[in-house]
Write a protein of this length. Structure first.
Lengths: 638, 248
């Protein structure tokens, strides 16, 4: 370890600031609190701080960040705005550094976030041992109060008053020190002082969690409906403060912002949080976690169960920021865990979350996650009064390469992005989506003409596993717009008919005029190798209709199928799933043979922004296609 | 064709229109995308031929109602500008008392009975009289938000205001919570979009942008009580910009 006098330390920091090759950021006072901010001089740096209002996360996932700039008239001359300016952040406490390492796992996984990656690469981290403990923190209980000795930092400093002791973590850190500072070897006495300081730190924490952090997941499983969740949620303002100040909350939203002239714009991401009411709202208006109780539980379970199951870390570092930010005093995870420990709802798990294979997201150009590929509208077909089909071709002439059941993000510069199921069968240069006019993107799509350009990202998600369907009897059950993703699979099956056994298609809508693809559907009449039945909930007087009348479940008794050899593919509104699945189960179908597709809000498409999460499951990655047994125990799924 | 825009005002301080006049050089950007045909605060000309009516102020009298309905019938899009138009703002505080008592208090023995200018009824926000297509909340409005909403209207997008509370912007701005400064804040229940203008300077949010439709008011009351406000003081605060006869 190295040592510097306080004077030499200040000289080192001032040198860094003056030399100017890096932007120097450090902890400064703001009133009686502290914040990370650009340093004008070493005098501003406060290594004695307890904690900062916001974590240093703001330098890796900024509160507002432009992902790209564009001109609407030349939409694909996108300026991909990755900030590559080098920075040094001085004074990051161990708990915040551990939070950054957790974020690395999410943001630098198989589909790395290029903006985050650039920020991490360009930032040198000078960590600091904690001198003064925040009264709200329980970091010692989370074993995040110290981080030495690791290589997670470039430098780690320990402020001993007259002397600053420095541990070198990386070669970059070493060079920084050699170039800008004057050090000597730390004496044995000084090294002991540092060790004692770290050892004694734990005893300075008054707030404690009464169980080991590794026991959080098992405890939460026993307490899915613990009264403390309900009691706290009744006091919760749902203001989002706890998530906004949290170093391990990584969720964001993306929006397009246009200049007044309507020409130049940016696509910007901003922090979002799962406590906010509209976090899970989809274009059709449905909100999947409308109750504050469900949102409150999601935050606690995400930290203590969902992320731990996936990444093997507890996504709470005990910094205490949520504790101090929460006005009704209900956000404190340590209190929730301690209450559950003292009086658990049950000694046995009250819920079981199934393991869903993390299948990855297919072919994605990981160079820039957010920049869409340009595609041209080749054909537009108005299917009904509000649904329109668009046939699209990527301008680089490569096929989309999708599987039935996958989705793409369609991007309109100046408006935004929205997810759409791919409706055409795999293969061929073009692909098709069907758009119902309900939101901003869909309304604008409606005004586009053949030859106009749209942006495409994807395909994303897990589609149908076609191999597992081969040789089986297939029972398709589509309700309303459910036919859109299902058509991709139906057309694949009809084209490769010999690979599958009996094929039955049941298709229901509210009224006859809502049926999509009527031309294609009519052709099924001529095929003798499929059985099909149509139904409507009701038929207005004077409308010609020769199918059944009644909800889709009324067709099921008319179908003769062998539950042992059949795979049922069910896609429709949530209410339909409940009834159809119940009837299929009654007929002896096993849950693993029932395949469904779920709709959720998708922003990133790669399991980062957090909006599509059902408990621990990212619908955009592990779905949208699931077998029923995978999601039947998830209370939020259907 | 640039859309034709007209500004109108009812009972208000006209400060929200002043905010627009204060856009200064950005006014030039504005008139490049819209054709301002009427704006009493900055121009003499007036035309009744407009697509977008931007209306400031609250409605106090039958003659106001008639005029507003006339504006509505001429406009394709009607925008409520500022708190008076959006919630009724402080103009609504007098709704606590019967209209006759208020008139007596204000005008005393003056002879006003036959004068339509004094024929006041209980104050109303615009949407209590006509359909409002978009709101630009605040007392005064936030100029950036005004630009954003006009940009959306010109681009044919449905303009929207945030669906989350001021706390979200306040946290992103890394402010010290004003409760920590010994003040009482309505930020947790108030519609964001002001970029937490008041807490940025250490002032409490007084709710001028209106409360979120699904604001958890009971939780907010518990917090204010915990920090030492009486029920009466609490109601007084809730009512300043968002008077509700039935209380909170």
């Amino acid at each position: 370890m190295k040592a510097m006098s306080k004077h030499e330390w200040q000289y080192f920091i001032n040198n860094l600031i003056e030399e100017g090759s890096h932007k120097v950021i450090g902890v400064k006072a703001k009133g009686e609190k502290f914040v990370f901010g650009p340093l004008d001089s070493a005098d501003e740096l406060r290594l004695d701080y307890d904690t900062t209002i916001l974590p240093p996360k703001k330098y890796f996932l900024p509160t507002h960040e432009d992902l790209m700039r564009y001109n609407v008239s030349q939409p694909f001359n996108v300026v991909h705005t990755v900030d590559e300016s080098p920075r040094i952040i001085v004074g990051i406490h161990p708990y915040d550094l551990i939070a950054i390492l957790q974020m690395d796992k999410l943001y630098l996984d198989d589909t790395p976030d290029d903006h985050y990656k650039a920020a991490r690469k360009n930032t040198l981290i000078v960590a600091s041992d904690i001198i003064n403990v925040s009264q709200y923190s329980f970091a010692a209980s989370m074993a995040t109060h110290t981080i030495a000795p690791t290589r997670a930092y470039d430098l780690l400093v320990t402020d001993l008053g007259e002397v600053v002791i420095i541990d070198i973590g990386t070669e970059s850190g070493k060079q920084l020190l050699e170039k800008h500072g004057k050090t000597r070897e730390a004496s044995e006495d000084e090294v002991i002082k540092v060790e004692v300081l770290r050892k004694d730190l734990a005893s300075k924490y008054e707030k404690k969690v009464n169980i080991e952090k590794t026991d959080w997941p098992a405890l939460l499983l026993k307490n899915y409906d613990h009264p403390v969740l309900k009691e706290n949620s009744e006091k919760c303002l749902a203001c989002g403060s706890c998530t906004l100040v949290c170093p391990t909350c990584f969720c964001y939203d993306v929006e397009d912002l246009l200049q007044l002239n309507g020409k130049e714009g940016v696509r910007r991401r901003t922090w979002d949080g799962c406590l906010m009411r509209e976090f899970t709202k989809v274009a059709s208006g449905e909100i999947f976690r409308e109750k504050i109780l469900d949102r409150y539980r999601h935050r606690i379970f995400r930290k203590g169960y969902y992320l731990p199951e996936r990444y093997d870390f507890i996504a709470c570092v005990g910094c205490g920021r949520c504790v101090s930010a929460c006005l009704p005093d209900i956000a404190d995870p340590s209190e929730v865990i301690n209450t559950m420990t003292e009086s658990p709802q049950s000694d046995e798990p009250t819920i079981s979350f199934p393991q869903i294979p993390n299948t990855g997201v297919g072919s994605i150009d990981t160079h820039c996650l957010f920049v869409p590929a340009s595609a041209t509208i080749k054909r537009i077909e108005h299917l009904t009064y509000c649904e329109t089909l668009y046939e699209l071709v990527k301008d680089d002439q490569t096929p989309l390469g999708h599987q039935p059941g996958q989705f793409v993000q369609v991007s309109l510069f100046g408006i935004g992005e929205a997810p759409f199921s791919v409706s055409s069968a795999p293969g061929g240069k073009s692909f098709e989506i069907v758009v119902r006019q309900i939101g901003e993107v869909t309304s604008k799509l409606r005004t586009l003409k053949v030859g106009d350009k749209v942006g495409i990202r994807g395909p994303f998600g897990r589609g149908f596993d076609i191999d597992s369907l081969k040789g089986k009897d297939l029972l398709f059950i589509a309700g309303g717009l459910g036919i859109v993703p299902m058509r991709s699979l139906i057309n694949y099956v009809l084209r490769n008919r010999t690979q599958f056994n009996d094929v039955t298609i049941l298709y229901g809508c509210k009224e006859p005029n809502e049926f999509l693809f009527w031309d294609e559907v009519s052709k099924w009449h001529k095929r003798e190798d499929i059985t099909h039945m149509f139904t409507v909930d009701s038929c207005p007087e004077g409308v010609c209709w020769d199918g059944d009348i009644g909800v889709i479940t009324t067709l099921l008794p008319k179908v003769d199928f062998n539950p042992e050899t059949t795979k049922a593919i069910v896609i429709g509104p949530p209410i339909m799933y409940r009834f159809v699945i119940k009837d299929l189960e009654k007929k002896g179908m096993k849950d693993e043979n029932i395949l469904i597709s779920l709709e959720r809000k998708m922003r990133c498409g790669v399991g980062k922004c957090g909006h599509c999460q059902i408990h621990g499951v990212y619908v955009c990655k592990e779905g949208p296609v699931f077998s029923y047994d995978e999601i039947k125990d998830l209370p939020e799924a259907i | 064709m640039k859309p034709k825009v007209a500004f109108f005002d009812f009972s208000s301080c006209e400060g929200c229109q002043l905010q627009i006049a204060n856009l200064e050089e950005r006014i030039i950007d504005l008139v490049e995308v819209v054709d301002v045909v009427s704006f009493r605060e900055v121009m003499k000309e007036h035309s009744d031929d407009y697509e977008i009516a931007i209306v400031e102020g609250s409605i106090q009298r039958p003659m106001d109602e008639l005029r507003l309905k006339d504006i509505r019938s001429k406009a394709k899009i009607l925008v409520a500008l500022g708190a008076c138009a959006h919630t009724g703002c402080v103009n609504k505080l007098r709704n606590e008392w019967p209209v006759e008592d208020v008139k007596k208090e204000v005008y005393g023995k003056a002879s006003i009975s036959d004068n339509p200018y004094f024929d006041a009824f209980q104050a109303k926000a615009l949407d209590e009289v006509v359909k409002v297509d978009a709101y630009i909340p605040g007392c005064p409005i936030n100029r950036e938000e005004f630009i954003r909403i006009v940009t959306a209207l010109v681009a044919g997008k449905k303009p929207s205001i945030p669906n989350y509370p001021v706390c979200v912007e306040c946290k992103k701005n890394e402010n010290i919570c004003v409760f920590d400064l010994g003040k009482f804040c309505l930020g947790p229940v108030t519609i964001a979009g002001c970029n937490s203008a008041c807490p940025n300077f250490g002032h409490e949010c007084e709710g001028c942008r209106g409360y979120l439709e699904h604001a958890h008011m009971d939780a907010q009351k518990d917090v204010l009580k915990k920090y030492g406000l009486s029920v009466k003081q609490m109601l007084d605060r809730f009512n300043i910009f968002n008077y509700r006869k039935e209380g909170y």
